[in-house]
Write a protein that binds this ligand. Structure first.
Ligand SMILES: [Zn+2]
Length: 290
């Protein structure tokens, strides 16, 4: 299967290099990717996470919370939405038959409404908890305004899992080939999951928001920028599980380095490694298959 890496609208949080580790000053805005995958299968396209969508670009205040708009200041460009990048690659939007979500945060689920015919897969805990709208922060991050596709959501249970490199995975995603798996990685949210795709030669694991800074997977000295550490503390739902899963991802990368690439959603340097031309370029150039 062919895998394309798409950055579906960068976020530009306050804090400069305190957030992304590279932006020159701390009064500047940093740049974080929104790393999604587009997978070509024998039965159509599968999109893994959706970033921000057309409706977010055109009318952000009706869809997103004022809190996160101010904090992240997304770089709303229509040509960077998943649907426009799919078209720029020469496909029709209707070719996207399935979407697999790592979780339901606004910056991962915003493009769902651009593919209303697609079946949407996620963990049951993710849907159930997000729908509760329990706390103030939950209501800022989980946005029912982005969920017009709910009738086509299909949820999956951890207890249906089977082993995958020492993790539990859900392989039986009806309608999808067995080379696309959900890998539960609880922590950032209760139903958070990575999505693993077996490419031509290697596995690719999009680990979502299980970590934010590539150095968190450093075997000898795991670390993170202070800004991203604070952001993860603010957002996580199960801190113990998040740290445990980071340790497991670290061990996985060490053990399977020859067979597996791991990416998180927001680390720009990881995205540039995967799609090395230009993460901010027109979409046809910003994608690469491996
Ligand atoms: Zn995120």
């Amino acid at each position: 299967m062919r895998i394309h890496h798409l950055n579906c609208i960068s976020s530009c949080p306050l804090g400069g290099r305190l957030m992304d580790g590279v932006t020159g000053c701390i009064a500047c805005r940093a740049r974080l990717a929104c790393h999604c995958l587009l997978v070509e299968t024998g039965e159509g396209l599968v999109l893994v996470d959706t970033g921000f969508g057309l409706h977010d670009v055109r009318n952000p205040r009706s869809r997103l919370s004022a809190f996160f708009l101010a904090l992240l200041s997304p770089d709303f460009r229509e040509d960077m939405t998943a649907v426009r990048q799919v078209e720029a690659l020469g496909f029709r939007a209707q070719d996207v038959r399935h979407i697999v979500l790592t979780h339901l945060d606004f910056d991962h689920a915003g493009g769902l409404d651009d593919f209303p015919w697609a079946t949407v897969h996620m963990m049951r805990d993710e849907r159930d908890y997000a729908a509760l709208q329990k706390t103030w922060l939950d209501r800022q991050r989980f946005r029912p305004q982005q969920w017009h596709t709910q009738a086509r959501w299909r949820v999956h249970e951890v207890r249906d899992g089977e082993p995958w490199f020492g993790f539990q995975c859900v392989r039986d995603l009806r309608g999808l080939p067995p080379e696309i798996l959900l890998v539960p990685l609880r922590g950032h949210t209760f139903g958070h999951a990575g999505v693993a795709v077996r490419g031509r030669e290697r596995w690719t694991l999009l680990a979502g928001d299980a970590y934010f800074d590539h150095r968190e997977l450093d075997e000898h000295h795991p670390r993170c920028t202070p800004g991203l550490r604070a952001y993860q503390w603010m957002m996580d739902k199960d801190r113990t599980a998040r740290h445990l899963n980071q340790a497991r991802l670290r061990a996985l990368r060490r053990a399977q380095a020859g067979h597996l690439d791991i990416f998180c959603s927001h680390e720009m340097s990881e995205f540039v490694d995967a799609a090395p031309v230009d993460a901010h370029a027109p979409p046809r150039l910003a994608t690469q298959a491996r």
